[in-house]
Design a binder for this molecule. Structure first.
Ligand code: NDP
Length: 309
C-alpha cells in the first residue's frame, strides 16, 4: 500500500531530480550493532524510498548493506532509492572532498549517492579545532563530485540565510537542499520562505523536536509533548497519533522530513501520513508552538567564525 504512495510523494529539486518528502533518519549516538541495517530494511520494506546518513554517523556500511540487501531481494532497484550522505567538517579542503565521497561510497557499497551535503558550514581540523577553510572552497569540491557523477545532486546542511545568500552569489551549481532542524518549536519560517524563493528544498531534521522520550525536556519549551491537547485533538480527527500530525505539518509547510526510528512499528507509522492533510488553520495553530528552540545547538562550535546559529 505504501509503495505507490511513497513513490508518488516527491518534490522536484532545482536540478530536475525528485526527492521523496518523507525519508528515514539514521543517526544514533550509541546504535546497537545491526540496528541501523535492520531499520533501513524495515523502512524500505514498508515503502520508504529516501534514506539519510552521513560519514559522521559511522553507519554508512550498515545503511549500504540494508539498501543492497533490499536490492538483492528484488524489493527495490538502486534507482528507486534516494540516498543522502554528508561531508564531515574536517574534509572541507577542496582537494579532500572527492576522496571523502569516494570513501563514503566504498563504505556504502554503492557507485553514487543521490545527494551529497556539506554537513556544516564550518571547517575543523582533524583534532576538532577550528579551521579557516571557506565553505565556498568546499563547494567547488562538491561541484566536482556532481561533475564526476559520484553525487547526482549536491546541497548543504545547517547553513543560515546569510551563508546561503553568499553561496548562491558565488557558485556554479545551486544547492538543491538545505537540511536544517525544523519542528513545531523551530518552524524556520524565514529560512523556509527564502529557500522557497530560491527553489532550494528545506529538509527538516529532528522533525519530532523535543517530543521523543530520549530528549532532555528540562530546557525545552513546555509544549508540545507527546500528549499535547492541541495535537491530540487533530490526531483524533484524522485517526492518527500526535507524531504523525507533526510530520504531516512539516510536509504541509512545504518541507521534506526525515524522522529517525529503529522501531519497526514507528517506522511504519511515520510514513503513514499520506491519506490526510492539515487545514491552513491547523497549520497555523501548530506554527504557534514556535519558540526558536533548538534540540541540536552544538555549543561546542559557538566561537567558530562560521557558526550558523
Ligand atoms: P527525530 O525527531 O527523528 O527523533 C528520533 C527519536 O524519536 C528516536 O528516539 C526515535 O526512537 C523516536 N521516534 C521516532 N518515531 C517515533 C514515533 N512515531 N513515536 C515515538 N517516538 C518516535 O530526531 P533525529 O535527531 O534523529 O533527526 C532525524 C534525522 O535527521 C537523524 O537521524 C539524521 O539522519 C538527521 N539529522 C541531521 C542533522 C544534521 O546536522 N544535518 C542533525 C540531526 C539529525 P526509536 O529510534 O527508539 O524508535
Amino acid at each position: 500500500m505504501y509503495l505507490t504512495m511513497a513513490k508518488s510523494t516527491t518534490v522536484k529539486l532545482n536540478d530536475g531530480r525528485e526527492i521523496p518528502v518523507l525519508g528515514l533518519g539514521t543517526y544514533a549516538r550509541q546504535g546497537k550493532s545491526d540496528e541501523c541495517r535492520l531499520s533501513v530494511e524495515s523502512a524500505i520494506s514498508c515503502g520508504y524510498r529516501h534514506i539519510d546518513t552521513a560519514s559522521f554517523y559511522n553507519n554508512e556500511d550498515e545503511v549500504g548493506l540494508g539498501i543492497n540487501n533490499m536490492i538483492k531481494e528484488g524489493v527495490v532497484t538502486r534507482e528507486e532509492v534516494f540516498l543522502t550522505t554528508k561531508l564531515w567538517n574536517d574534509q572541507h579542503e577542496e582537494a579532500k572532498v572527492v576522496p571523502a565521497l569516494e570513501e563514503s561510497l566504498k563504505k556504502l557499497g554503492l557507485s553514487y549517492v543521490d545527494l551529497y551535503l556539506i554537513h556544516w558550514p564550518l571547517a575543523t581540523n582533524a583534532d576538532g579545532s577550528s579551521s579557516d577553510i571557506d565553505y565556498l572552497e568546499t563547494w567547488r569540491g562538491m561541484e566536482k563530485c556532481k561533475e564526476l557523477g559520484l553525487a547526482k545532486s549536491i546541497g548543504v546542511s545547517n547553513f543560515n540565510l546569510q551563508q546561503l545568500e553568499r553561496l548562491l552569489s558565488n557558485c556554479k551549481v545551486i544547492p538543491v537542499v538545505n537540511q536544517v532542524e525544523a519542528n513545531p518549536n523551530l518552524t524556520q519560517k524565514k529560512l523556509l520562505e527564502y529557500c522557497k524563493s530560491k527553489k532550494i528544498v528545506l529538509t527538516a531534521y529532528t522533525p519530532l523536536g523535543s517530543m521523543p522520550e530520549i530528549r532532555d525536556r528540562t530546557k525545552a519549551p513546555p509544549a508540545p509533548t507527546m500528549d499535547d491537547p492541541i495535537l491530540t485533538a487533530m490526531a483524533k480527527k484524522y485517526n492518527k497519533v500526535t507524531t504523525q500530525i507533526v510530520l504531516r505539518y512539516l510536509i504541509d509547510c512545504g518541507m521534506v522530513a526525515i524522522p529517525k526510528s529503529v522501531t519497526p512499528a514507528r517506522i511504519a507509522q511515520n510514513i503513514d501520513i499520506f491519506d490526510f492533510a492539515l487545514t491552513p488553520e491547523e497549520v497555523k495553530k501548530i506554527d504557534e508552538f514556535n519558540a526558536d528552540f533548538r534540540v541540536v545547538a552544538v555549543a561546542v562550535w559557538k566561537d567558530h567564525k562560521n557558526f550558523p546559529f
